[in-house]
Design a protein around this ligand. Structure first.
Ligand code: TEU
Length: 598
């Protein structure tokens, strides 16, 4: 068996005795201990794979870097920042959709799956970006949006044109003479209705999202073949994988039965796991995925712990990973349009959710971990505390959580700077179809718009989409023009240029913990055990592999908190933390994160 040597925790190559401080004041471990890890070893029941050890960094191209002054980020902009991306230590970049699109939903409405959105550049720009990434040993994961297309896609134009058009069955149509179709809820529609009547052929078409995002009919084998060929087109270009948008929704019971009452308020669960979804994913695997060394991750909308393994158990030949919504849905009032519970969220529930999801993949499949993405507000605002005295500490604490769990981290661009919610006061500032249409929906019903706008300051997706903050120059260095979405005014201090040179910044903390994870397989594969489960303030757990035991302590509160782990902290070797020294007893400072080895 081939033996590979893995260097442990050199933390930026700093030479430092155990427990000493590095330049940032963070506590670091002794460098360059070597451990032998056998290549084929079963790593706690899990076969080693590059995508399990990878760190995925997500870029929202519209907001990352504008190269031509039109106020919209673009591919050349990303290419110009590849050295920054490399400096982070990440391995994989997931790009939100960059295909041709009329941008009803910022690229999640695709009008040509083989074309590049004109605002983002050209296919040549794409090829240069991909080459630039590969030259730096970075992999590229694209977004695959195939539950629906744009209504401006040629397939839909044909499909809509007549009932006997060859493309008619590429979408779901319901002829009006059969009466009104069985109700289906839409996520974005102003009226919440997922059926839209089309006068030309006197039929309704299905759209789970906006009216400009008609659902594709996966029951049609011709459509499936087109999708698999399109996937091969991108793989042949060298793309390293796909993140699959609402992929659990693709298969529908085309008799459209009544939706059982149990799904009221949670219809995503009804849309997921349709009758043939696994047959289609196995077909996709056979026709496209299995031919390449690529990674896949499902956006696991509607998927629960009971059915998650069906998507990612390697023996089933479907996908590699999925990300669930249970964690990020915590703390909103039930049946609401993301109205936060005034009581806040319960850390005990938070811990139970992530522990439960860890156990799903303990022996088979593989998990993911994230707290922010383009559909979420900024993680520090939602899960930490963005008040000036806590923003950096709590942001580092959350980052520590993401890099010490047994799952592939999906880290959202800007979180490494501690970017927080912009919190717009007016609906006119929002650009997202979700916020705009929900506002209209509430207005039409005479609902509480003030409550909604207050909630959006915490929950709206545009909070996570404000332009990336590069430096203190105009528009945070994002664009020479007028940005498509306002820049967070704190860009003058929260930006790459300022943080790069500050050893104690969120950015440099991020770089170090990335390295810590990459140098220590125990943080990737080690068995996870929750400690002090009912502690309402502290999240504590161990990770164990091949005789190594790591302890992670995270205080989620803005006050000192005590904990009972059963371990004598003074006997642990401190590996890392967000305060200059780590505690030797059972008391953590506000938002403290500390990692020890026992
Ligand atoms: O999101 C799917 C999804 O479930 C969203 O409705 C999500 O729950 C919502 O944003 C939370 O408020 C995917 C994409 O990630 C999202 O950006 C798209 O808008 C959506 O699909 C439609 O393609």
């Amino acid at each position: 068996m081939k033996i590979r040597l893995i260097a442990l925790a050199t933390l930026g190559g700093l030479l430092c005795v155990p427990g000493c401080r590095d330049r940032s004041g963070s506590v670091v471990n002794e460098p360059a201990k070597q451990a032998a890890v056998s290549e084929g070893a079963s790593m706690g029941g899990n076969a080693r794979k590059w995508w399990k050890e990878a760190i995925v960094y997500q870029i929202y191209p519209r907001s990352f870097q504008d190269s031509d002054g039109d106020g919209i980020g673009d591919l050349k902009g990303i290419t110009s920042k590849l050295d920054y991306l490399k400096s982070l230590g990440i391995d994989v970049i997931w790009l939100n959709p960059i295909y041709s699109s009329p941008n009803d939903d910022n690229g999640y409405d695709i009008s040509d799956y083989r074309g590049i959105m004109k605002e983002f550049g050209t296919m040549q720009d794409f090829d240069e970006l991909l080459k630039g990434m590969h030259d730096r040993n970075l992999k590229l994961v694209m977004d695959l949006v195939v539950n629906h297309s744009s209504d401006e896609h040629e397939w839909f134009k044909q499909s809509r044109s007549s009932r006997d058009n060859p493309y008619r069955d590429y979408y779901h149509w319901w002829p009006a003479e059969k009466g009104k179709p069985t109700p289906r809820r839409s996520f974005f529609d102003v009226n919440g209705d997922a059926w839209k009547f089309d006068e030309l052929t006197k039929s309704y078409y299905l759209h789970y999202f906006s009216q400009k995002q008609p659902d594709l009919n996966w029951e049609n084998p011709r459509l499936r073949e087109e999708i698999f060929a399109m996937m091969r087109f991108w793989f042949d270009k060298g793309v390293d994988g796909f993140r699959m948008d609402v992929i659990p929704f693709i298969s529908k019971d085309t008799t459209f039965p009544e939706m059982p009452a149990q799904y009221k308020g949670d219809w995503g669960r009804f849309y997921a796991n349709g009758p043939h979804v696994h047959k289609y994913l196995q077909e996709m695997n056979k026709e496209a995925l299995s031919k390449y060394d690529v990674m896949t991750v499902a956006e696991g909308a509607g998927v629960t712990t009971a059915d998650a393994l069906d998507y990612v158990d390697a023996d089933r030949n479907e996908l590699n990973m999925l990300y669930h919504f249970e964690g990020v849905s915590l703390g909103y009032l039930p049946d609401s349009l993301k109205i936060p519970d005034p009581k806040g969220y319960s850390l005990v529930e938070f811990k139970n959710i992530y522990s439960k999801w860890d156990s799903v993949f303990a022996d088979k499949g593989w998990g993911t971990i994230y707290l922010g993405n383009h559909d979420q507000p900024r993680m520090v605002t939602r899960w930490g505390n963005d008040a000036p005295q806590w923003r950096e500490l709590s942001s580092k604490m959350l980052t520590t959580f993401l890099f010490t769990m047994r799952a592939t981290p999906y880290y959202y661009a800007g979180d490494e700077l501690g970017m927080n919610n912009i919190k717009f006061d007016n609906i006119e500032d929002y650009r997202d179809i979700e916020s705009i249409n929900w506002y209209q929906q509430i207005k039409n019903k005479g609902g509480d718009l003030r409550q909604f706008l207050a909630a959006q300051k915490i929950a709206a997706r545009d909070n996570g989409r404000t332009p990336f903050q590069w430096d203190a120059s105009a528009n945070a260095g994002f664009s020479a023009g007028t940005p498509w979405l306002k820049v967070n005014p704190n860009y003058t201090t929260v930006n790459v240029a300022a943080e790069d040179t500050d050893a104690n910044s969120c950015l440099n903390y991020f770089r170090k913990i990335v390295k810590l994870r990459k140098d220590n397989p125990v943080l990737v594969y080690g068995k996870y055990t929750l400690l002090d489960q009912d502690n309402p303030d502290v999240y504590a757990y161990t990770r164990e592999l091949d005789g190594r035991r790591i302890l992670v302590l995270l205080n989620f509160k803005n006050k000192a908190a005590s904990l009972k782990t059963g371990l004598d902290l003074s006997k642990g070797k401190v590996l890392f933390g967000n305060y200059p020294t780590a505690p030797q007893n059972g008391k953590l400072q506000p938002y403290e994160a500390a990692i020890y080895e026992f």
